[in-house]
Design a protein around this ligand. Structure first.
Ligand code: GLA
Length: 775
């Protein structure tokens, strides 16, 4: 709901309010963002900043407003040059060389429909609600003939306020836009913790929490894509915030490029929290009559801790970011050829793999890198999107037909932004890649990047990829394995080179739009060396992303748990791979590998033809289990019960109707003498009766052989001695499950091993299925 009274604007969601007003000189003064409140008659004036006199060294805005300092005003935006010394929201360079500017309120309008940007990915309109968007028009105060629009869209159901910004040049002179951010919130104090998620290849999403007082904290990337170095999702919380209580704000950008999130504590300990395109390396020549639009920022607030904030984002992403036929549809279980074969395959080997996968219940076969041009390794052929007939004599079409005949779907890998110097494409069009003319080029994974600023390149790729995707393709893994270096577009004039990074993305988005419109049935998965492009921009085109190239169950548990702060697990591709794991050489039980993957989108990435019969049986059982789970887990509510404290994880999903639930737990390393384990759920109906049962699975107890008579094996040389895991099976009321908890069977203590002992050793998991019996 949006209300307006005497130039005070109040945007309300189910549990939050966002309030600002037009102050007397015409700036927008931020009054409140947080718990929902009722302004009443005196509310706005009570929250308005008092300006009785200015502290020394602050700047008075104008002779007519001697007590107004831009540095002390909590602004909805901030500019340079009028006394605000904080991080600016907007930075413009005019043709006279000056950078001072000042935007004042001009008018407002409530729009019935949220505007949809045609060039950038953006959130869908909030359902049928009319009047969901407030548009504020501001004019540059000193005759520059610039108009700034601020948009605020209210998503009541998931407590989200969406902000975006547009600048229009109504003058006759060009203006250089050095920065135009997406959101800014000025808080009264800086007693907050800034949380960002940083990492590197195979090590994504490390959670870092830093107190804000007295600092400028920045989470940013300059790689050209949103990147694993710093995901665009960040949080700002009160120090006492926990999973279930306390105040926390979140922000994410609907953008896949360089971004910057900043929490800056300033004069009088205030805190400015701003998000948007990374200004470093960016500039935009805004010609007369042109407009520039900044990406949308997704803001949310929870007074019930991190858990609630995450569920707000999960609902928002599922309802307003994902689109197309796959948005809410359970995804097929896939097998990917990469870790099974790398570049070393031919048609026969692939069909073998697909056949064994099909027997296990897998539904989609994905052919990864190596199928095109003369590709044998990473050194060649990127850009030549034509089949390698030496490896695949019947072409992609022939392979796809054979896979379809087995009763499976067929998927393929591409990396359209990259080009190898050793490729027909590069030989034909050396000027189609990003490069500084006459300078040596730096390559990444032996590739350059195509110049996505050039519409001819986009057109070429559109047609080349249409040919590939028309060969019976049901799924596409869209990869991107390098950042932007040598950032220079041969297509753009020299005064527009600062636009290259952003225009590269506009080119990418236009290509994705055309391809996803042309192939609405194809399921697309975003990948960028794992999680280098795990962002809301890509999720507008592709309803899932490959979360990390690291498929080690232990690492994955941490990575996935941390993604879950800002993204639903139902958009994460999660694969069971072989042991020793290819990234860490660690060996984890197959039950663990499955149970870590099961809350995400399940896939297998191993040579299934080499598995023992008992492992194949386990996989068949896993897939049967997952096929029931995936029907409700796509839209479920996630509860993080333990997030790695002392090596313990416990996550729980509960269906929206609270009829079904699942809990998974993981232990990193066994610590002898650990306290009694209690399984306490969250999110179930207190008054309803539920059945909770542990998922049956087999364990390898070979290390215990010889010590316990109960353990025997028909084959003394076998690497495995199998024993079923302990069973937990209860019918209990939700209040007992939520607030009392189940005392689980006691852990192995060195003495006995039987069905009443939990053999919960290093890297073990457990999985509990819950179903409502009666209300
Ligand atoms: C990237 C991806 C992997 C795989 C390889 C193929 O590293 O993240 O999953 O597709 O490329 O080259």
């Amino acid at each position: 709901m949006i209300t307006h009274h005497n130039h005070v604007f109040c945007l309300s969601t189910a549990c939050t309010s966002y309030v600002f007003r037009v102050e007397e000189a015409g700036h927008l003064e931020h009054l409140h963002y947080g718990k929902r409140l009722c302004l009443g008659t005196d509310g706005a004036s009570a929250m308005t900043q008092r300006h009785s006199s200015l502290p020394s060294a602050t700047i008075a805005y104008s002779p007519g407003t001697p007590n107004l300092s831009m540095e002390l005003l909590r602004g909805e935006i901030s500019t340079l040059g009028k006394g605000d010394f904080g991080d600016p929201f907007i930075d413009l360079e005019f043709s006279d060389g000056s950078r001072t500017c000042d935007f004042l309120f001009d008018s407002w309008e409530i729009l019935n429909e949220k505007p949809m940007n045609k060039e950038l990915p953006c959130a869908l309109s909030p359902g049928q609600a009319r009047g969901n968007t407030l548009r504020i028009r501001m004019k540059e105060a000193n005759g520059r003939k610039l108009v700034l629009y601020l948009y605020y869209t209210v998503y009541e159901d998931c407590d989200v306020i969406l902000r975006s910004t547009r600048l229009e040049n109504h003058g006759t002179e060009p203006v250089i836009v050095r920065r135009l951010l997406s959101s800014q919130i000025d808080f009264d104090d800086s007693d907050y913790i800034f949380t960002n998620f940083h990492g590197s290849w195979t090590s994504e999403m490390h959670k870092s929490m830093t107190p804000c007082t007295g600092k400028t904290l920045v989470s940013e990337t300059r790689l050209g894509f949103s990147s694993n170095r710093s995901n665009p999702f960040v949080m700002l919380s009160r120090p006492c915030c926990t999973e279930t209580s306390g105040e926390v704000y979140g922000s994410n950008l609907i953008y896949s490029g360089n971004h910057r999130e900043c929490a800056q504590s300033g004069e009088l300990s205030r805190l400015r929290f701003s998000t948007g395109i990374q200004p470093e390396g960016f500039s935009w020549l805004l010609k007369p009559k042109d407009r520039f639009t900044a990406p949308e920022a997704v803001l949310s607030f929870s007074s019930e801790g991190f858990g609630r904030l995450s569920r707000n984002y999960h609902d928002f992403i599922r309802n307003y970011i994902l689109r197309g036929i796959w948005a809410h549809r359970p995804r097929p279980v896939l097998i990917n050829s990469w870790e099974a074969a790398y570049f070393d395959f031919d048609e026969e080997k692939l069909l073998h793999l697909a056949g064994a996968a099909h027997d296990a219940g897998i539904e989609l076969f994905v052919l990864d890198d190596g199928w095109f041009g003369k590709r044998k390794n990473t050194k060649t052929s990127m850009g030549d999107w034509v089949c390698n007939y030496e490896k695949l004599p019947h072409g992609i079409e022939g392979l796809s037909a054979r896979i379809h005949n087995m009763g499976m779907q067929f998927g393929i890998w591409v990396e359209p932004e990259a080009v190898s110097v050793d490729s027909d494409l590069f030989r034909a069009h050396p000027d189609w890649s990003l490069a500084v003319p006459g300078q040596p080029n730096s390559e990444g994974r032996n590739t350059r990047l195509l110049d996505f600023c050039n519409p001819e390149v986009i057109d070429y790729l559109y047609h080349a990829l249409c040919r590939v995707f028309s060969c019976g393709v049901d799924y596409v893994k869209w990869d991107m394995n390098r950042g932007i270096s040598d950032c220079y577009s041969p297509f753009l004039p020299k005064e527009q080179q600062g636009e290259t990074g952003h225009r590269f993305l506009l080119g990418l988005y236009s290509l994705l739009k055309r391809l996803t419109d042309r192939f609405p049935d194809i399921l697309f998965e975003s990948c960028a060396s794992g999680g280098n492009r795990a962002d809301l921009g890509m999720l507008c085109y592709m309803p899932q992303f490959w979360a990390s190239d690291n498929s080690d169950a232990l690492c994955r548990q941490q990575i996935q748990t941390n993604y879950s702060y800002g993204y639903p697990l139902s958009v994460l591709g999660c694969h069971v791979s072989s042991i020793p794991n290819h990234q860490t050489l660690r060996e984890t039980p197959i039950a663990t590998r499955y149970e870590v993957a099961a809350f995400g989108i399940l896939g297998y990435e191993l040579d299934i033809c080499r598995l023992r019969a008992d492992e194949l049986e386990d996989i068949q059982e896993q897939i049967r289990h997952y096929k029931k789970l995936r029907n409700w887990i796509m839209d479920a509510d996630l509860y993080r019960i333990q997030t790695g404290e002392n090596g313990h994880y416990c996550l729980m999903e509960v269906s929206k109707d609270q009829l079904t639930g699942a809990v998974m737990t993981l232990q990193e390393l066994l610590q002898p003498g650990s306290p009694i384990r209690i399984l306490k759920t969250r999110g179930l109906k207190d008054n309803a009766l539920y059945h909770l049962v542990s998922r049956p699975a087999m364990m390898n107890v070979k290390p215990m052989k010889g010590r316990f008579a109960s353990l025997s094996s028909d084959d003394p040389a076998a690497g495995f001695v199998r024993m079923p895991r302990e069973t937990e099976d209860y019918t209990l009321y939700g209040d007992l499950l939520n607030h009392g908890g189940i005392r689980l069977k006691s852990d192995f203590n060195g003495h006995n091993l039987d069905e009443d002992t939990r053999y919960y050793i290093d890297y073990s998991t457990r999985f509990y299925d819950i179903e409502l019996v009666k209300e």
